[in-house]
Write a protein that binds this ligand. Structure first.
Ligand code: NAD
Length: 475
């Protein structure tokens, strides 16, 4: 990065400011919405390997215009206050854009999880959760974490268990975190939700030929050449679904230790499996290895999906990034400086506050499920199937009439009879949310001459929703 590059938090603020400058907010409200309300820093000790190790963690609350506040907890060695506050602020605008009724929050722990054994991570996670729970920074009605980089179902299950141990009479204890495994109060489809959301976002974008044309592309997702950076939870699922369901070719995968390429398209499941066993892409026989991974961000492609960390497309490389369409699966992968360069080049960016909102959307469904204490679809599934059966029986009766001369298509009966279970409902809710949020952004994008990009459009929609919430209830 060059010296002039703003920090992650400054970058988000600059993007916010660009949109706020186009709005007429009451005096002072802009500042209130921009700033982060509070950040709690905790340092705690854990006895490990014969010594006491001290860890530093954060939980930041950006906006409490709606409660609980929501946002993931990240485990990474370089977690810091600036980053956590930037991520918390993105959560506020993300939730507003997809109409998830939450304020924005985010947490982090300075730790490289790969350096610890499973039982050690459990000990550390329990201790961190204890510090947050006793200050109501994990609480079903006030602050509900979720997974982020370096954390997953396991950490969420431990945090939920720790909360339940400390709040034995709270009947809603399970709603204190989302992203739990299905057998511990989680919901079907949460693990892949963010990647699935990236896929739905692209599908929606490609439904509008005039939007696709703005990126200098045409046609559908079928055959599009895609570069993915980061084959973790988000990147893996996005790449898997796009390649196996939409016909995209994943020509490059960039990981920490380099990149893998295959112009005919990489087999994502095989690459992921290799990474799981070898810790990186080096030596992987399923593609050609390139040592300098970051350079691959500049390769020719139709769609670039940064799905690893923030700041990877910056003032140092933006000019050389060739992708006409970038979808920000990670949070903050494009800095404010790079955003400006890319906008001038005509690159279309589907921004993080929309693109990776699938995670919080399905987290919202999980939270509602936990509070209602019943699985989605449990009441209506069989009733739905019975009603469908009536129609199918009638159609079958008619199809036996030789004079009418028609018959049911193969598999119709099987497909039509199947009532929606939890997974189908989650997918339908997620798809609907991603379509609705895109439409609200594109309406602003196309209707205002002073809005030339989707990010500013997204911020405009979100800020006005947050502002009306503050105006309705006072500060
Ligand atoms: P993860 O830990 O599962 O995966 C991250 C992947 O990126 C790993 O494979 C890692 O090896 C790789 N990586 C890390 N640094 C890299 C680098 N410098 N170059 C190339 N690859 C690198 O994390 P995740 O949950 O998939 O999160 C990825 C991004 O998506 C983050 O920005 C996160 O905030 C965002 N996000 C995640 C979720 C979620 O539900 N998990 C939701 C919204 C946004």
């Amino acid at each position: 990065m060059t010296a002039a590059e703003p920090t992650f938090r400054q970058s988000v603020e600059l993007m916010f400011n660009r949109a706020a400058a186009l709005m007429e907010l009451p005096p002072g409200l802009e500042e209130k919405i921009r700033v982060c309300n509070s950040t709690y820093v905790v340092r705690f000790g854990v006895r490990l390997r014969g010594e006491v190790r001290t860890f530093t963690g954060y939980r930041s609350v950006h906006s409490e215009h709606m409660e609980p506040v929501k946002g993931g907890i990240r485990y990474a060695a370089n977690v810091n206050q600036d980053e956590v506050e930037a991520l918390a602020s993105l959560m506020t605008f993300k939730c507003a854009l997809v109409e998830a009724p939450f304020g924005g929050s985010k947490g982090g722990l300075c730790i490289d999880p790969r350096q610890y054994e499973e039982h050690e991570l459990e000990q550390i996670t329990r201790r961190f959760a204890y510090e947050l729970i006793k200050r109501d920074l994990i609480n079903p009605s006030q602050n509900v974490p979720a997974p982020d980089m370096g954390t997953g179902e396991k950490e969420m299950a431990i945090m939920a268990d720790q909360y339940a141990r400390m709040n034995t009479t709270d009947i809603n204890a399970r709603a204190c975190v989302t992203g739990k495994p299905p057998n511990a109060g989680g919901i079907q489809g949460r693990v892949e939700a963010t990647g699935r959301g990236v896929q739905y976002a692209l599908q929606e974008f490609f439904r509008y030929p005039e939007d696709v044309a703005k990126a200098g592309l045409d046609g559908s997702l079928d055959g599009k050449r895609v570069i993915v950076q980061g084959l973790g939870n988000v990147g893996y699922h996005a790449a898997l679904f796009l390649s196996t369901e939409d016909g995209c070719k994943i020509t490059h995968v960039i990981e920490r230790d380099g990149a893998l390429t295959n112009p005919e398209g990489l087999d994502i499941a095989l690459v992921r499996d290799w990474i799981a066993h070898h810790g990186g892409v080096r030596g992987c026989p399923h593609g050609h290895y390139i040592e300098e991974g970051l350079k691959v961000l500049e390769e020719d492609c139709d769609i670039l999906i940064p799905a690893a960390i923030e700041g990877v497309i910056n003032m140092g490389n933006a000019e050389r990034v060739k992708a006409p369409l970038i979808i920000e699966a990670a949070n903050g992968p494009v800095t404010a400086g790079a955003d400006e360069i890319l906008r001038h080049k005509g690159t279309v960016i589907i921004p993080d506050l929309y693109a990776n909102a699938g995670g919080v959307t399905v987290s919202y469904f999980e939270w509602v499920k936990n509070l209602s204490h019943i699985r989605f679809g449990r009441m209506q599934r069989r009733q739905e199937e019975a009603r469908h059966e009536l129609i199918v029986n009638e159609l079958e009766r008619l199809s036996k009439d030789k004079e009418l001369g028609w018959s049911l298509s193969p598999n119709f009966k099987e497909k039509y009879l199947k009532g929606a279970g939890e997974l189908e409902l989650v997918r339908s809710g997620l798809d609907d949310t991603m379509r609705g949020a895109y439409q609200s952004m594109r309406e602003v994008w196309h209707s205002r001459n002073d809005v030339t990009d989707l990010r500013t459009a997204g911020f405009l929609v979100s800020i006005s929703r947050v502002a009306s919430s503050y105006q309705a209830k006072g500060l």
